[in-house]
Design a protein around this ligand. Structure first.
Ligand code: DAH
Length: 428
């Protein structure tokens, strides 16, 4: 394209020259699609013999300088008589057109290589290759010294234009690349996307806190299954067959497995048995977990809830140790002014047994809250796990996690704890 334009300009110049009109008359134009008469431009631009029979390129309008076929014969006999070739002032010399061609093809090569540069590193090697000190543009500029006096300014200007063009294209491409490398620009004025903040469930938090307190008091954590057998849930806990606590109406029985009847545990006291079966005394453990009872759901009842069980077995334990442990816990968890009250009661697995109340702050006021049961481990329980009741004694307690959390946080309906309504849970 560049060469064609250059040729066209040269031809126009020739056509306007006095010499041409004198010898050849007025030039006429040919439109794209026209056949170029044979010989019209013959020899004008070596290497670009538009004079051969061919079409005017689409979209171009060319001056047809001569319709006289200038035959090879003629040119030979007349010794390059063709006026267009014999006027070096107005026609591109072979060197000039070759240089123009090189400049134009360098432009094309450089621009297409630039389009393929996808990183700052490839961009830099592109710059070295085309614009660098030993680059291709510099090489072409070096070739300028061989051009004639007339050609030098034409070529010099073209080379400069090319240089400016390539430098601008480089900058533009660098800008595009660094923009896309940096990703989308940060708009600090754009409103942020609020992150939904998660938190631990109020029951999980209560459990963690309670365990942490007992941990500091020297208790280790024990565990047991939620699907239990009757031995751990009843028999070993001194609840013999036929005891009303075994009533199917009060338990979730699950059928037999290898001849053993299973049920969802109704209390974490099962873990007392498992701990004593698996560990040698003295031991001091707490166990937290879910228990299940077929209660009708209302504000204070649910068919599943959580308990924390405590068991201490040693040679010389008394109610004083039990109450001391409960009091230490109450002080650590509810505050220095908390109190513990034990009311005589009955549980099959402790003797004596008591209900545990703790005095805690509820909406600014100290109030008694019943939170569980406790007692000295019944000798029958020790015997059931193979411990000699004459040697070993134990104290145990079981507290309701929901009761503690509900009283502490003023939650008046136990069902809210299990509905997973984020608006409710977010408050704690
Ligand atoms: N297991 C009893 C219940 O679920 C609570 C309990 C009472 C646990 C006395 C104990 C205890 O360890 O000694 O109601």
């Amino acid at each position: 394209m560049g060469v064609e334009i250059a040729v066209k300009r040269s031809l126009e110049r020739v056509a306007r020259s006095a010499e041409f009109t004198a010898t050849r008359g007025t030039p006429r134009t040919a439109d794209s699609g026209d056949l170029i008469p044979a010989g019209s431009f013959w020899g004008l631009v070596p290497g670009h013999n538009f004079g051969a029979l061919g079409e005017i390129p689409r979209g171009y309008r060319w001056l047809v300088l001569s319709s006289d076929p200038v035959t090879e014969n003629e040119s030979r006999t007349r010794g390059r008589v063709n006026p267009y070739t014999s006027n070096p002032m107005s026609l591109p010399s072979p060197d000039l057109s070759a240089m123009i061609l090189r400049i134009d093809s360098l432009r094309e090569e450089a621009l297409s290589a630039l389009a393929g540069a996808t990183s700052i590193t490839t961009l830099e090697s592109w710059r070295t290759r085309f614009l660098g000190l030993n680059g291709q543009l510099k090489a072409l500029m070096g070739a300028l010294k061989d051009a004639s006096r007339q050609e030098k300014p034409v070529l010099g200007q073209r080379l400069n234009e090319l240089k400016v063009h390539l430098e601008a294209a480089l900058e533009q491409h660098r800008c595009t690349l660094s923009l896309s490398a940096a990703g989308p620009r940060l708009d600090v004025t754009e409103p942020g996307i609020p992150l939904a903040e998660g938190r631990r469930h109020v029951l999980s938090r209560t459990i963690d806190e309670i365990i942490a307190v007992f941990g500091r008091m020297g208790f280790t954590v024990a565990d047991g299954p939620e699907v239990e057998d009757e031995w751990h849930n009843f028999t070993a806990l001194n609840i013999p067959a036929g005891h009303p606590a075994r009533d199917p109406g009060d338990n979730f029985y699950m059928g037999e497995q290898s001849g053993v009847r299973r049920l969802l545990r109704t209390q974490t006291s099962t873990v007392q048995i498992r701990a004593m079966e698996s560990q040698k005394p003295p031991l001091k453990v707490v166990a937290v977990g879910r228990v299940y009872r077929p209660d009708t759901h209302d504000a204070t009842h649910y068919s599943m809830f959580h308990q924390i069980e405590g068991l201490c077995v040693d040679r010389d334990l008394s109610l004083v140790d039990l109450k001391t442990a409960l009091l230490q816990f109450a002080h650590a968890y509810f505050g220095g002014d908390a109190e513990v009250r034990m009311r005589p009661s009955f549980f099959p697995f402790t003797e004596p047994s008591a209900e545990v109340d703790m005095k805690m702050h509820i909406r600014g006021q100290l109030q008694w809250v019943e939170i569980g049961g406790c007692g000295m481990v019944d000798p029958n329980v020790l015997t059931a796990v193979g411990l000699d009741p004459e040697v070993w004694r134990g104290y145990a307690f079981g507290l309701g996690i929901e009761r503690i959390a509900m009283r502490r946080y003023g939650i008046t309906d136990i069902r809210w704890l299990y509905e997973n309504d984020a608006r409710f849970l977010r408050q704690f």
